[in-house]
Design a protein around this ligand. Structure first.
Ligand code: ZN
Length: 364
């Protein structure tokens, strides 16, 4: 993910986990979001709060120096851990936790640049989803109500420009999208990408969200070609949402049977009897040297029992080691779906596993 960020012109940043209360006043979090924030801690000079979002820190980085239109777009990305006070009864597995890591980014740009920036965000999102094996998704654009309710910030021109940019970006990327009027946040329209998992369940994942509020509260600016000060456009953007929740979705989608490159344990070594332990250690050392995540099941259980258990754990590969294998430097390789792949030289088995990892194969 970090490589992909850099290739796409993001600066990777790392911001503090706590911030002074005055920062959360400026951002508006203490007025609007205090219920979801942990209580303050009094330190030397002020009261500090755990961050519920990364945005204010990214804004401070943007504001750290004067920006010209030539410096834009500024794209700041972070795998940023945030903390939210969820009531204990609402916590739910990996899906709702009190501390989680967002793949968070903020883009600051000019009105001329915004459409291309949204296109790039959507292409990045689709790329990420495809990499993890999802190929069905749809987009939803949340727009305002035309100003009827008076709850929205920004001018009619702001809304028209940003909503049009979202609609045109969706067309350019070729995503199927529905428009939901009146569903936008008070501070700007957004686009959500929802994916459908193996059981057709929709999951809300990537978001690109306009913000007319924070640039104003933090008085962000850049110097335009006319030499005057202008306010940059700002979008919040997340692709996974949170890493924890994303892995929850992956677990559901794959029902635990991860592709080899994602499996927490990619291979397990199964010595048939105690006298094969030493050879099993040697096999494990080779797996380690090849960078393959592995375990050894060295319990004195019957081999069929160990195979069944590894199968239940959905481990992609099993390397069985008995008398013949130890004598010839071989292993009997088993794959999760295909079962017995036969006896082969250890090097050949390692190459086969490494190839499955390298090509992000779903497993054999
Ligand atoms: Zn944000």
């Amino acid at each position: 993910m970090r490589e992909a960020y850099i290739a796409r012109g993001y600066s990777l940043v790392s911001t503090p986990h706590i911030g002074r209360e005055d920062l959360w006043h400026t951002s508006g979090h203490l007025e609007n979001y205090a219920d979801s924030m942990f209580t303050g801690m009094e330190l030397d000079d002020a009261v500090y709060r755990l961050k519920p979002m990364n945005c204010p820190f990214h804004i401070l980085i943007y504001r750290d120096k004067q920006r010209s239109y030539r410096d834009l777009p500024v794209r700041l990305g972070e795998l940023g851990t945030v903390y939210r006070y969820e009531r204990s009864g609402t916590l739910h597995g990996l899906f709702r936790v009190r501390g989680f890591t967002q793949d968070d980014a903020h883009i600051f740009c000019t009105p001329e640049q915004i459409e291309q920036e949204i296109v790039s965000c959507l292409e990045f999102a689709v790329d990420v989803l495809k990499t993890f094996g999802f190929d069905r998704y749809k987009a939803e654009i949340s727009t305002w109500d035309g100003g009827e309710s008076l709850k929205y910030l920004g001018t009619a021109a702001d809304w028209e420009m940003s909503e049009n940019a979202l609609k045109r970006a969706v067309e350019r990327v070729g995503l199927e999208a529905t428009v939901v009027p009146g569903e936008a946040a008070f501070y700007g329209p957004k686009i959500d990408v929802k994916l459908l998992d193996a059981l057709d369940r929709p999951w809300q994942l990537s978001t690109v969200q306009f913000d007319f509020n924070l640039p104003r509260r933090f008085e962000l600016e850049y110097i335009g070609p006319d030499g005057a000060k202008h306010q940059p456009l700002m979008v919040h953007r997340a692709l996974y949402g949170s890493v924890e929740r994303f892995f929850g979705i992956l677990l559901e989608h794959y029902a635990g049977a991860f592709p080899v490159w994602l499996a927490p344990v990619q291979a397990v070594v199964l010595p048939i009897a105690d006298r094969h332990q030493e050879y099993a250690q040697k096999v494990a050392a080779e797996l380690k040297a090849a960078g393959i995540r592995h375990e050894i099941d060295s319990r004195s259980e019957k081999i069929n029992y160990k195979i069944r258990e590894a199968q239940l754990q959905k481990v992609p590969y099993m390397l069985v080691a008995g008398d013949r294998e130890a004598a010839d430097g071989k292993v009997a390789l088993r794959a999760r779906k295909a079962g017995d792949l036969g006896s082969m030289p250890l090097g050949e088995a390692l190459a086969r596993i490494a190839q499955a990892i390298e090509t992000r194969s779903p497993g054999e």
